[in-house]
Design a protein around this ligand. Structure first.
Ligand code: FAD
Ligand code: NAD
Length: 471
């Protein structure tokens, strides 16, 4: 009989944890997964990627119908209205279907779901719901939660000052939604509620939205969102929010500081305020002190390239470790860590992790920004506007561009950035090309089907050497 209850125990069933558990079980390891939430799937399936996309998809169709885009295509709708309860019900259906799917996959792969919060009592032992469970390997995949903003207390139940979870569940379209933070969540959920009728103001601390993305993309995205009607207050911080029965009064001032600010403090009245200023790793109550595992300055668990922590037998993946907080990054790390535990070689190439903002148009990137690439050495850049792409033009989707950044000497592609209606789908090609070490010439001489939005990637690659055709 084994010395341990399990070969592998995963803490957390988000995209990192559930994928690690399934791969471990596939590799013949006796596996359990502790999850305190009522359903499996973590942030992503329950309150993140999936429900937000359900609302983004529905609200995009609503806007196309209500805003006259469909009428321009000859699809006339005489009477239409928003049925928010149905829109919300399909969001819940999407979540229920997918979280249930993970439960099915756990049963199929004979993974035990240990219901409750797990806390270390030793390097190979955790307590879950009052029971002690041992495992030879323990993977921490506890994910992240919203970063709180001092002076702005989130109360999802009250429905006035909410985080992303509360913003997904609104039962009424707010007249005025103020989004604090012009990052991915603020722009995606801000777009949802704007499309169905809310006035949306976005307060961003920095002087531009979408930090971390390519400079051109940030500027162009800002222009597009403004055109769509989102109002931006850049270089601005919220210092206080007071929620009353009718709404919320926000106090904002220049990011540089009140006393020195030229404009001084100002108030904004909102019906609903969304706090989306980032997320922080979940490590509270995990008992890391019991196993001597310290956090870095950002509250993350550090691992080596194999996802091993400095405590033998304890591994960590996903949002709780450094790197972008993205579901697909967590999933790939889940596969890699399970393979490493099984004695195989599990690798994640952190230089090639695509990121996508699912607004309309979508915004996507992989690899280095132009700014970061320039710092590393000489580069060549090719850019192609979606306006020059026949399919985008035909579909009345003229906004955006593709930018390919290549090493000036070797022509190796270092980064690709896209604003286009289907940028999230297009970016996979760029990621694959980069994973295979492609040059811009490789992409330029790959035959792309016509008419597709993807031809804009080929043209941008051709533009690296100054020879696009359709511009
Ligand atoms: P999580 O998904 O956070 O899962 C961790 C799980 O661990 C949770 O279920 C939690 O209950 C459980 N847990 C924590 N502590 C314990 C404990 N002690 N014991 C037992 N269980 C515990 N990413 C994308 O790539 N694409 C998107 O479109 C996207 N959209 C998003 C939209 C929103 C609104 C949000 C908030 C996030 C979005 N993300 C998206 C980010 C994505 O959800 C995360 O990067 C991803 O879920 C991280 O996976 P994870 O497995 O590390 O952790
Ligand atoms: P974010 O890091 O994307 O954006 C936060 C924004 O808030 C930044 O622009 C930051 O400058 C700003 N900010 C910080 N403090 C502020 C303050 N006091 N006042 C005003 N602005 C302030 O974070 P998020 O939008 O909360 O999303 C959290 C995480 O979830 C992200 O890391 C993201 O990767 C992930 N996510 C991904 C997707 C996706 O992949 N499509 C969707 C949603 C969330």
């Amino acid at each position: 009989m084994s010395e341990f209850d399990y070969d592998v125990l995963v803490i957390g069933s988000g995209p990192g944890g559930y994928v690690a558990a399934i791969r471990a079980a596939q590799l013949g390891l006796k596996t359990a997964c502790a999850e305190s939430r009522a359903t499996l799937g973590g942030t992503c399936l329950n309150v993140g990627c999936i429900p937000s996309k359900a609302l983004l998809h529905a609200s995009e169709l609503f806007e196309a119908a209500a805003g006259g885009t469909l009428a321009k295509l000859g699809v006339k709708i005489d009477k239409m209205s928003l049925d928010l309860p149905t829109m919300q019900a399909q969001r819940i259906d999407a979540v229920t279907g997918l979280t249930g799917g993970i439960e099915y996959l756990f049963k199929k792969n004979k993974i035990d779901w240990l219901k409750g919060r797990a806390s270390f009592t030793g390097a190979n032992t955790v307590e879950v719901d009052g029971k002690s469970v041992t495992a030879k390997n323990i993977i921490i995949a506890t994910g992240s939660s919203v970063t709180p903003l001092p002076g702005v207390e989130v109360d999802n139940e009250g429905g006035r000052i909410v985080d992303s979870t509360g913003a997904l569940e609104l039962t009424k379209v707010p007249d005025h939604l103020v989004v604090i933070g012009g990052g991915v969540i603020g722009l995606e959920l801000g777009s949802v509620w704007r499309r169905v009728g809310a006035k949306v103001t976005c307060v961003e601390f920095l002087d531009q939205i979408l930090p971390g993305m390519d400079g051109d993309v940030r500027k162009e995205a800002n222009k597009i969102f403004r055109k769509q009607g989102i109002e931006f207050k850049l270089g601005t911080k919220v210092t206080k929010a007071v929620a009353g029965k009718k709404g919320v009064t926000l106090t904002v001032e220049s990011a540089a500081g009140g006393a020195n600010s030229e404009s001084g403090a100002e108030t904004i009245e909102a019906d609903v305020v969304l706090v989306s200023i980032g997320r922080r790793p979940n490590t509270d109550g995990l008992g890391l002190d019991k196993i001597g595992l310290e956090l870095n300055q950002r509250g993350q668990i550090e691992t080596d390239h194999d996802f091993a922590t400095k405590v033998p037998g304890v591994w960590a993946i996903g949002d709780v470790i450094p790197g972008p907080m993205l579901a697909h990054k967590a999933e790939d790390e889940g596969i890699a860590v399970a393979e490493n535990i099984a004695g195989l070689t599990g690798i994640v190439n952190h230089d090639v992790i695509p990121s996508v903002v699912y607004t309309a148009p979508e915004i996507a990137g992989v690899g280095l920004t132009e700014e970061a690439a320039k710092e590393k050495g000489p580069i060549k850049v090719g850019k192609f506007p979606m306006l020059g792409n026949s399919r985008a033009k035909t579909n009345h989707e003229p906004d955006g561009f593709v930018k390919v950044i290549a090493d000036a000497e070797t022509d190796k592609v270092l980064g690709v950035w896209i604003i286009a209606s289907v940028a999230g789908t297009m970016i996979a090609q760029a990621a694959q090309a980069m994973e295979f070490g492609a040059s811009s010439e490789d992409i330029a001489y790959t035959c792309h089907a016509h008419p597709t939005h993807s031809e804009a990637i080929k043209e941008a690659a051709m533009a690296v050497t100054g020879k696009p055709i359709h511009i």
